[in-house]
Design a protein around this ligand. Structure first.
Ligand SMILES: [Zn+2]
Length: 394
């Protein structure tokens, strides 16, 4: 084990030894310079393919992405259950990277994680869907993979992708809002992700919009995501269905009376077919979205808001009411330029593409043969480990 470790430390990255200088080198390694600022600008980053990984609540998606944002190959798997140890999630990530590196040259790995990532982008401080608590993910992974690793919040990586290749191209002040089960967000200014001093900027979902309103799992009441998110949409629809409201007959019929079967995508589908209740529910969500956007415009004054996440699939059924409410609530309306509100273009792959593209900022060109050797070590190491544990189990 120690031989292998030394090998990866010296040859590959040397980041596992926190704070120490890398062995046999007077220069700091690539990874140690990845702090509050990327080492390179995207203009000088090498045009090499990298792997992006998006770790969401239910799926882990990994893909090889080229310098123009094209996905060359993608693979996906289930997110390990919250009860599993951080090691299991790590194994899943390594597995996916090794699988892809069988067929592609991989020069760096970027990870977009649904959780709070610290300002050094090493530790995941907290992830609601995983067992990570103050987990040094970057160091752990770069100790095992032979290429540079970058970790960031998934909303940040999605915003980066939309700015580079999607709906936010050419914008120098951009705010992204992702409407999934909750609300995620990110701020980009002059081509830099604004992460805040401690790395957790952009948690727009927990701004209070209704004093004393709905209770939020975060512990407060009246958070924005309690009114404008996939969860809010489903909660309202189920409430109406459970009360056997006449407006809900359409959706009750569709789920054959089984209220837990009511989901966000189903509501969107029915709204497209013209179901009045579903249209109205999306309007409500959209209006609250517009109110929150007006608040964000008052604080940040960006030129563009990009709306992504699963709920944005409802497109104009959601975004048109959001634009209306935004105009009605914007402070100084009529006397200031209004930000554009655009739907995200890259879909569910944005987080993965952005993670890969951010990873190019720390990528190094690798000679294939050397990388292969490290991968074989990794495989052997895991094989030996599984043999050991199965023997212990006997
Ligand atoms: Zn909250």
């Amino acid at each position: 084990m120690s031989t292998y470790r030394d090998f990866t430390l010296q040859r590959a990255l040397g980041s596992a030894r926190a704070g120490g200088a890398p062995i046999g080198s007077g220069r700091p390694t690539v990874l140690r310079t990845v702090g509050t600022r990327e080492r390179r600008s995207l203009l000088t980053a090498p045009r090499v393919p990298t792997v992006g990984i998006d770790i969401g609540g239910t799926k882990v998606m990994a893909g090889v992405v080229d310098a123009d944002g094209n996905i060359l190959e993608r693979v996906r798997t289930e997110t390990p259950d919250k009860s599993k140890s951080p090691k299991v999630v790590e194994d899943t990530i390594v597995e996916l990277v090794l699988d892809l590196s069988d067929r592609h040259d991989v020069h760096a790995v970027g990870i977009g994680a649904a959780g709070w990532v610290d300002a050094d982008r090493n530790r995941v401080l907290f992830a609601p869907h995983l067992s990570w608590r103050n987990e040094p993910l970057r160091d752990r992974l770069s100790g095992r993979l032979s290429v540079p690793v970058l970790v960031d919040n998934d909303a940040n990586t999605a915003a980066w992708a939309e700015w580079r290749f999607g709906a936010g191209r050419g914008e120098d002040h951009l705010v992204m809002i992702t409407l999934g089960t909750g609300i995620g967000g990110a701020i980009l200014e002059d081509g830099q992700v604004k992460r805040g001093k401690y790395g957790v900027a952009g948690e727009f979902g927990h701004m209070q919009v209704v004093p004393g309103g709905h209770r939020c799992p975060c512990g407060n009441r009246g958070c924005w995501e309690q009114y404008s998110s996939g969860n809010a949409l489903v909660r309202e629809a189920r409430e109406l269905a459970a009360a056997d409201s006449p407006v809900a007959y359409g959706i009750i019929e569709r789920v054959k009376g089984n209220i837990p079967d009511i989901t966000g995508p189903l509501i969107t589908e029915l709204a497209r077919e013209g179901d009045a209740m579903c249209v109205e529910l999306l309007q409500d969500i959209g209006q609250w979205l517009g109110v929150g956007i007006a608040n964000l415009a008052a604080a940040l004054d960006p030129s563009c808001f990009v709306i992504g996440g699963g709920v944005s699939a409802a497109d104009d059924l959601l975004i048109a009411p959001a634009r209306d409410a935004f105009r009605r609530h914007l402070t100084g309306r009529g006397y200031r330029p209004e930000a554009r509100i655009a739907r995200a273009q890259l879909g569910p792959e944005a987080g993965m593409v952005g993670a890969a593209d951010l990873a190019r900022l720390v990528a190094r060109r690798f000679r294939r043969a050397k990388r292969r050797r490290v991968e074989r070590y990794e495989r052997y190491e895991r094989y030996a480990e599984s043999r050991r544990s199965s023997r212990e189990a006997l």
